[in-house]
Design a protein around this ligand. Structure first.
Ligand code: PRX
Length: 676
């Protein structure tokens, strides 16, 4: 095989390169009230003030003991921020607000059924509930600082309450997205070595009360088979005191949290002062292999970074009502529903269900009722709402000062609709580019300082210094009009510390490619490889094109193509599986799955459905392929590698290019017939 022959296909390769757009300026009214109003922020966070600049974020927090070293690089590239410092994340998000703001709403929990009351949980009530749960975790399960615990919770107030209770004790929480299957939860229990699982009996989605308890049974069973015994399963109840789902409790294993809590009424637990570099949580994400990786996030650095960026980029003030529609099971929810907003004493909205249930006006009714003034969502939802009824938001009386888009590139025309119709030309928009690994924002405009540019994330946020390299490590400069691999030159406090239990994978995936000296302790030698293709315009604004690896973002949910392929390969009849990204009008990108069968099996619709169902069971519904194409063989190189590039071109109805070097070029026409 020729050395630079492209075999794979990636999001970046199917990306549409849209035109550079004109600036859109924030209103005077926004700027007047903004937390950051002038350009000097960029000077304060310039590289020549690195790493000292980040004390500005750390100083937003309460520390039991201040740090000795701002950035300890002795174990490069595992950076230690604020080393020697002692801090508690729960104290910062709850206790410290009580003196002045105990009666302010911390969490507005909005149940999906519209006839159920919104629950307004004050900081005082949050404090009481978090303490009781912390007491239960400590005294009933025996969890202590440094232990891990898996949470498999949906979007109810019990999720942040449980997270904060863990943080209070220094217990490392690993929240698994509620929509993931029992199998996916089991894998994460095993990898994190959790002995306790915290879940809920049921929750509402799309008008149905989902039986979530059955996932816990599957997870515990499969984890045990894979060598990790779960001793206790704690089960919240959607309606306290009532059994909402048919799946029975397992004697000696399952416990209702609400029953246990009766023994901990009014109990107080002192927050445990944790070393700044102690892990706060794990967040599993997809990579280029079938095995998800546990991104390990720190306590002090992470909290400083999400607090600082929530203040400067999200422009959160304590009096704001802030609604981020992400799921707390993803990093966006951890950083910008829970830890960032609560650390700043804002009121954060948690909505249980489907954003368009029972109709596309739901979001705007919630925003009206709660006086939401900061709104945060992903392009997928914006596209869907625009398609359902582009004029609908005009009929509602919500008013946002600030809106965020995150997770995928947003098309300029979709951006404009968001601005004009959802934001009523009043709100600023920040297009925030970042990742599970990065803890917080990497690129975005500072909303009161820099103009917006539709379709472009913006420059690095203060303190983040991006650089684009070509494959050979040459810098691609601003305005060159070429795309390359976007990297960050410098460490930052929100960055993950390592992959849980797999430092080698951490180094090789994120730092090896452009490392200048593998023995160096100097951060300048270790640029962070984000795994996205990007282009830098002349003005220093970055446009993100998509992943350069085997990861795809479906509706802003990150999936590894290898994860889907390995699930398909567990179906007995399947010989080979290949997933390629396909552009989709609403979801951005969706997976297409190509399958070749073992000899003797017939391609049937039933078999295609069986494979699709297996993927949902193994990963979750979000991974369901758009189509399962059963083909007689895959296009292959002479060395036997599947040419995903060709499949990607076929699925995206693009030119397949030169296929003469394939081992089996005749297959291309055959697949074309099947897929057209
Ligand atoms: O490809 C980029 C895309 O989402 C990936 C990270 O996904 P995840 O770890 O799940 O985190 C999502 C929420 C931060 C990135 O590698 N991505 C994220 N934000 C943007 C984006 N692509 C374009 N524009 C964005 N604003």
């Amino acid at each position: 095989m020729a050395k630079n022959e492209v075999v794979e296909t990636s999001e970046a390769q199917i990306a549409v390169h849209w035109q550079e757009e004109k600036y859109v300026y924030p209103s005077k009214k926004f700027i007047e009230q903004a937390n950051i109003k002038d350009e000097t922020i960029y000077e304060r966070f310039a590289l020549n003030n690195f790493p000292e600049c980040y004390t500005e974020y750390a100083d937003l927090l309460h520390w039991y003991k201040k740090w000795d070293t701002i950035l300890d690089t002795s174990d490069a590239p595992c950076w230690k921020w604020f080393a020697g410092g002692k801090i508690n994340a729960c104290y910062n998000c709850v206790d410290r607000h009580l003196e002045k703001n105990k009666n302010k709403t911390a969490i507005h929990f909005v149940p999906e059924p519209e006839n159920e009351r919104v629950q307004h949980i004050t900081y005082q009530e949050l404090y009481v509930r978090v303490n009781e749960v912390a007491a239960l975790l400590r005294d009933f399960t025996g969890l202590k600082a440094g232990d891990t615990v898996t949470l498999h919770l949906p979007m109810t107030a019990e999720l942040p309450i449980t997270m904060l209770a863990c943080a209070r004790l220094g217990v490392i929480h690993s929240q698994v997205f509620g929509g993931f299957s029992g199998r996916a939860c089991a894998d994460r229990i095993v990898d994190s070595k959790s002995k306790v699982l915290i879940t809920i009996d049921g929750y509402y989605r799309g008008g149905k009360l989902i039986d979530h308890k059955q996932n816990a049974d599957i997870a515990v069973d499969l984890a045990k088979k894979d060598g990790q015994k779960v001793d206790k399963v704690l089960i919240w109840q959607r309606y306290p005191g009532k059994n909402s789902v048919p799946t029975p409790m397992i004697e000696g294993l399952d416990y209702f949290v609400n029953d246990l809590l009766k023994n901990y009424r009014g109990k107080k637990v002192d927050p445990v002062p944790m070393p700044a570099e102690a892990p706060l949580f794990l967040m599993y994400t997809s990579g280029t292999t079938g095995k998800p990786k546990g991104c390990q996030h720190s306590t002090g650095g992470y909290l400083a970074y999400v607090t600082g960026t929530s203040k400067y980029i999200q422009d959160i003030h304590p009096e704001d009502v802030y609604w981020c529609m992400a799921d707390i099971g993803w990093i966006t929810g951890h950083s910008y529903i829970v830890y960032g907003p609560l650390s700043l004493c804002a009121s954060t909205v948690i909505y249980e269900g489907v954003p368009t249930y029972p109709d596309a006006g739901r979001a705007w009714r919630i925003a009206e009722e709660l006086n939401v003034n900061i709104f945060h969502t992903a392009p997928t939802l914006i596209r869907a709402l625009r398609k359902i009824d582009p004029d609908l938001p005009k009929k509602y009386n919500h008013h946002f000062k600030h809106m965020t888009t995150v997770g995928e590139p947003i098309e300029p025309e979709v951006w404009r609709w968001y601005h004009e119709v959802v934001g009523k030309n009043e709100a600023v928009i920040v297009d925030t580019w970042w990742q599970t690994e990065t803890g917080g924002f990497l690129c975005s405009t500072v909303p009161g300082v820099k103009p917006m540019k539709p379709g472009s994330a913006g420059p690095g946020v203060p303190g983040i210094h991006p650089i684009i390299y070509d494959e050979l490590g040459n810098e691609i400069k601003a305005g060159e009009g070429r795309a390359g691999n976007i990297c960050i030159r410098n460490p930052w406090p929100g960055a993950f510390q390592t992959i849980w239990g797999d430092r080698d994978r951490y180094v090789s995936t994120y730092y090896a490619k452009y490392c200048k000296d593998k023995n160096s302790k100097d951060w300048r030698d270790w640029p962070y490889l984000a795994g996205d293709a990007a282009m830098e315009a002349e003005d220093g604004y970055y446009r993100i094109l998509g992943r350069i690896d085997d990861v795809i973002n479906v509706s802003g949910h990150r999936l590894g193509t290898k994860e889907i392929e390995s699930a398909a390969l567990t179906v007995m009849e399947v010989a080979e599986a290949a997933v390629v990204p396909v552009s989709d009008e609403i979801k951005g990108v969706v997976p297409d799955l190509y399958i070749s069968l073992k000899p003797g099996y017939e391609p049937t619709d039933e078999l295609a459905m069986k494979i699709s169902a297996k993927i949902c069971e193994t990963i979750g519904k979000i991974a369901k392929p758009r189509r399962v194409w059963l083909v007689s063989d895959m296009p292959k190189t002479r060395s036997g590698k599947i040419m995903r590039r060709v499949l990607g071109a076929l699925s995206n109805k693009k030119d397949v290019g030169d296929v003469s070097t394939l081992a089996n070029p005749e297959i291309v026409d055959e697949i074309k017939r099947v897929t057209s």
